[in-house]
Design a protein around this ligand. Structure first.
Ligand code: NAG
Ligand code: NAG
Ligand code: NAG
Length: 393
């Protein structure tokens, strides 16, 4: 050792090691910060802190080998509760509405709903204007609306008037050809004819012309003479996030991270899904034809797909671990909810690196399985009762 210290080059070596250690510590802490770079850390109303998570050995869902990227996860403490969602036709948005509406029930939130009594289109809010307050079920005086997830057209200014406390503006898009196929297969009158045709010819677009409304119509693109480039720039500024139907679970994980939500807030059963959307084919020429008819939708979709992929990759490999865990939780919830009966015990989902322990009860399953009409009706009744109770005081 003495000889080592007397040697000049040993001192250089020691200093070098010291410098490298300091740099490594600094760089290491930067790495931690960059793990925290997704939106929730930047949001003023989403408080977050870093918590070291020790894997719980007794827990079957987290008893796997320690995952390096999961050692430090961002755990936030304040859930964002104000969300305005643009429901877009044939994009899996009924499932998303169901998630948001159950969220409202879970945390006692106020929901924006058309003030119609079981009449035609009672679930549709429609076009928004400055008199929209007269057409929705009133909110308890002194309170605000929190959730918008019924059918309407996009108007950020009015979305913000309806939900005054910094709502998270959420949209959804779907790959145009898949969306078109889903549309054609979904419509009952077309389906019957189609089923006969499919016996001899799987190419569904050989005889059936495309006819779904454009996604951009729901985004209000056609209300004015927008140029695509300008419109995209505007939407980039106005939306906090645009989900993709093809990446629904990935979208939910991203959303969970941005809003500081939990797995219990994003579990779902697929609703409104076509039962028979297999056994068909689309030729390359038909594909091109559809993409050409929906040129603006395609451009719009490609733009947001790029943004979405960028965000996913920024979240690193930890994102994939969380996604994988979520898919497992979804399977447990589906297996339970598909066969559950009233009065059965709750399903317990154990704690993992990405979620606290939580339970799913038969009533949550019932809500999860409700389609749009009965769920909107249930919420309309609830929102009316909340208002009536407040005005009796
Ligand atoms: C719906 O019904 C409630 C009572 O059942 C009534 O107070 C309200 O005015 C009705 N609304 C409309 C739009 O008809
Ligand atoms: C609404 O109307 C439909 C048919 O018009 C009926 O089947 C349903 O029971 C009604 N629901 C309520 C809550 O009144
Ligand atoms: C696409 O948008 C442009 C305006 O940017 C419009 O002139 C054109 O008609 C639209 N195309 C389709 C297929 O809707």
């Amino acid at each position: 050792m003495e000889r080592f210290l007397r040697n000049k080059s040993s001192w250089f070596l020691l200093c070098g090691v010291l410098v490298i250690s300091v740099v490594a510590i600094k760089y290491g802490s930067n790495l931690q910060c960059s793990q925290c770079s997704h939106a929730l850390c930047a949001r003023p109303n989403a408080v977050s802190s870093q918590i070291k998570v020790r894997p719980a050995q007794t827990n079957p869902l987290s008893a796997r080998k320690k995952v390096p990227s999961a050692r430090t996860i961002t755990r936030c403490t304040v859930r964002r509760k104000n969300v305005a969602f643009l429901k877009v036709h044939k994009c899996g948005s009924t499932t998303m509405s169901n998630i948001l509406h159950r969220f409202a029930l879970r945390y006692d939130l106020n929901v924006i709903l058309p003030n119609k009594n079981n009449t035609s289109n009672f679930w549709i809010l429609g076009a928004l204007d400055n008199k929209i307050h007269e057409r929705i079920i009133p909110v308890t005086p002194g309170q605000n609306y929190n959730i918008l997830a019924v059918e309407t057209f996009f108007d950020k200014r009015i979305f913000q008037t309806l939900i005054p406390n910094n709502p998270f503006i959420l949209g959804i898009l779907r790959e145009p050809v898949e969306r078109q196929a889903s549309y054609v297969l979904y419509h009952k009158d077309v389906r019957t004819k189609l089923e006969n045709q499919l016996k001899t010819d799987p190419y569904i677009f050989r005889t059936y012309p495309s006819s779904a409304p454009h996604m951009l119509r729901d985004y209000n693109f056609y209300a004015r003479k927008w140029r695509m480039g300008n419109f995209i720039e505007k939407m980039d500024n106005e939306f906090d996030m645009i989900m993709l139907t093809e990446y629904f679970d990935e979208s939910l994980i991203l959303l969970k991270r941005k809003l500081c939500w939990a797995f219990k807030d994003i579990v779902y059963m697929t609703l409104n899904k076509n039962l028979k959307n297999t056994g068909y084919a689309i030729s390359p020429a038909d594909r091109d034809k559809i993409l050409n008819t929906y040129k603006n939708d395609s451009l719009f979709y490609e733009h947001y797909k790029g943004i979405f992929f960028g965000e996913m990759s920024k979240n690193g490999v930890g994102f994939l671990h969380e996604l994988n865990q979520f898919k497992l939780v979804l399977k447990l919830v589906r297996d339970y909810c598909t066969y559950v009966k009233k009065g059965d015990n709750s399903l317990i989902i154990p704690k993992s690196s990405w979620n606290e322990r939580f339970r799913v009860d038969p009533n949550e399953c019932r809500l999860m399985k409700l389609t749009e009409f009965p769920l909107v009706q249930l919420l309309q009744e609830r929102q009316r009762n909340l208002y009536a109770a407040s005005s009796q005081k």
